[in-house]
Design a protein around this ligand. Sequence first.
Ligand SMILES: [Mn+2]
Length: 266
Amino acid sequence: MGVYVIGDVHGCVKTLAALIDQFEVGSNDEIWFCGDLVNRGPSSANCIRFISSLKIKTVSVLGNHDLYFLNICKDNPKSIADKGLCSILEASDKLDLIDWLRNRPMAHVEKNNILVHAGIYPSWDTKKVTLLSEEVCKELKSHNWQTFLSNMWGNYPNKWNDNLENFDRKRAIVNIFTRMRYISRDGYLDFLLKKAPSKKIDGFSPWFNHESLKTRKERIIFGHWSSLGLLIRKNIISLDTGCVWGGLLTAVRLGDCKIYSQKLID
Ligand SMILES: [Mn+2]
């Protein structure tokens, strides 16, 4: 059995299909996605239809663009600027596509692998990752998911604390799982810094380099950070190689860390 993990697809469904063709997947293989399936690219609707109709097991965690889309569509707009997202709003199966998306997890833990869109807070262990993912997913799956999402925007609280409550607590969880890049030594997050870590930033470092990272023994696979690009360490795999910006869509096979890549197909 092989597990293939794919970086941020952003509606680039033709590129995705061509990448998957390279794997020659069998019925026991699995395909995992780092999230941000929709927005920016040519066809968000077809991207969800394609993934949800694959005949093998798939896992997709939610990214910030997936949540952005869900938040927009809760108001039932007739159209929006992003043509790819409009493809969902105008679809006859719109409700199925929305329901499929909002039923995805924030994090997926299996054996020693943790799949998230952006990152994991240093003080969280694997058990906590699972619990916090479930805490947010419960809200997204509920009848009140629209009200919940309305309260998830903003950059604060910008430091995790176990005593956070209500929407502040959930917003911190959502931001950490789907938007985090840089963290200070004392645990403050800066959501506006997006540069590649090669450029030194005073006081902040990539979350996965934090000295207190509790999930260091697990292998964490994530996307979201296109300026970081492909990074393969023993326990850290970063997969967003900016396909939608004209870069590559990248996948890794977890067993042997074999890398697959596909140039953007418009
Ligand atoms: Mn993202």
